[in-house]
Design a protein around this ligand. Structure first.
Ligand SMILES: Cc1cc2nc3c(=O)[nH]c(=O)nc-3n(C[C@H](O)[C@H](O)[C@H](O)COP(=O)(O)OP(=O)(O)OC[C@H]3O[C@@H](n4cnc5c(N)ncnc54)[C@H](O)[C@@H]3O)c2cc1C
Length: 323
């Protein structure tokens, strides 16, 4: 099997999703030929690490791939997939794959499977496990062609295992398509979030606050606990709409999908649209003063009480314990 990984990086630092793609590719087929593609400023500096993670060949493209233009990147992925005759193309599930994975699948005459939580091969085809109906149902599908499978993988769903042996990692430079007349859209500005907290969709602990926090100032209770635990802060849409937290923190159907080891929902009712973004978290702790809150239906640990008392106490206890 030939597998092409679309490795994302931030200015030359490989994202965790790239390690997950590499691990998933090797778990899918231990004998697979793995190719990796990294695009955008800094791509060249991730080539060695991609080889260490098992890529036999790495293509990098910097010049002409900034600013990001979806059709330019689509063409690059399609060209490489055709050149290496990829059977499977893996993306991390996120903004990039939402933008171009569908276009890539369509142009290659392949099949798109988004937000996969497990992939396995049985000799006849590839078994794909993915959530549907806002995460209420998990479906298992079988893929056997035609065309390549383009799969986007949910963050934190695949075990990360470095290979015993690195790949050959032969590096080749990729030229951007020269005809820019048909790009239709380019990204004119990217606002980098500042701060030292982990990225929401990659974090292993996420602590989210709801409308019940009552103000942006009170979200400090969430941030304080996050900083003690090394967690990423999240929010419900009601909290975001009320201006208590930025949209980048919104978890749910119209926000981010998270899949951490631990999700702590503070004063969040548990509307289906919120659950859609977090219900696959490994362990869910919910703090809510209403014992009948819907969030308790998906919680592993239900804490009935007032978050304004519980959060400062939790932060204090963890601060002491982790000192
Ligand atoms: C098309 C569409 C898309 C949507 N997308 C999203 C999405 O992406 N993400 C999302 O989150 N929502 C989304 N929503 C909104 C969703 O339906 C809910 O309205 C929203 O999730 C509610 O947010 P909340 O739980 O913070 O607020 P509320 O529903 O107001 O719940 C507040 C909760 O806090 C509890 N509480 C109050 N005070 C305290 C206290 N002192 N201590 C402890 N608990 C307390 C209450 O018991 C209650 O359960 C969407 C809705 C639509 C129609």
């Amino acid at each position: 099997m030939t597998i092409l990984l679309i490795a994302e990086h931030a200015g030359g630092t490989l994202k965790k999703s790239a390690h997950e793609l590499s691990s998933a590719a090797r778990a899918l087929d231990a004998g697979a030929t793995i190719h990796a593609l990294a695009l955008g400023a800094g791509a060249t500096s991730v080539a060695t690490e991609l080889a260490a993670w098992g890529a036999q060949a790495v293509r990098v493209g910097e010049e002409g791939f900034e600013p990001y233009a979806p059709l330019c990147w689509t063409c690059a992925v399609v060209d490489v997939a055709n050149a290496v005759k990829a059977d499977v193309i893996l993306f991390g599930a996120g903004a990039l794959s939402r933008d171009i994975a569908g276009r890539v699948a369509m142009r290659l005459g392949g099949t798109l499977a988004s937000d996969c939580m497990a992939l396995s091969a049985d000799g006849k085809g590839i078994k794909i496990v993915r959530p549907t109906h806002a995460g209420r149902v998990t479906t298992t599908g079988a893929f056997s062609g035609p065309g390549p499978l383009v799969a986007t993988l949910r963050a934190n769903a695949f075990a990360v295992l470095k290979p015993a042996q690195p790949g050959a990692g032969n590096v080749a430079n990729l030229n951007a398509p020269t005809d820019t007349a048909d790009l239709r859209a380019i990204v004119t500005a990217t606002v980098q979030s500042t701060g030292t907290r982990p990225e929401l969709s990659e974090a292993s602990i996420v602590i989210s606050g709801g409308r019940s926090l009552g103000s942006a100032e009170n979200f400090k209770l969430i941030y304080d606990l996050c900083d003690v635990l090394g967690a990423a802060p999240g929010a419900s849409r009601a909290a975001v709409d009320a201006g208590y937290a930025p949209h980048a923190m919104q978890v749910g159907q119209t926000g981010r999908t998270v899949n951490p080891a631990l999700y702590i929902a503070c004063g969040i009712s548990g509307a289906i649209q919120h659950l859609a973004g977090m219900r696959t978290s490994k362990t869910i702790v919910a703090i809510n003063k209403d014992p009948n809150a819907a969030i308790f239906n998906v919680a592993d640990l239900a804490v009935v009480g007032d978050l304004f008392q519980i959060l400062p106490a939790l932060t204090e206890e963890f601060r002491k314990a982790l000192k």
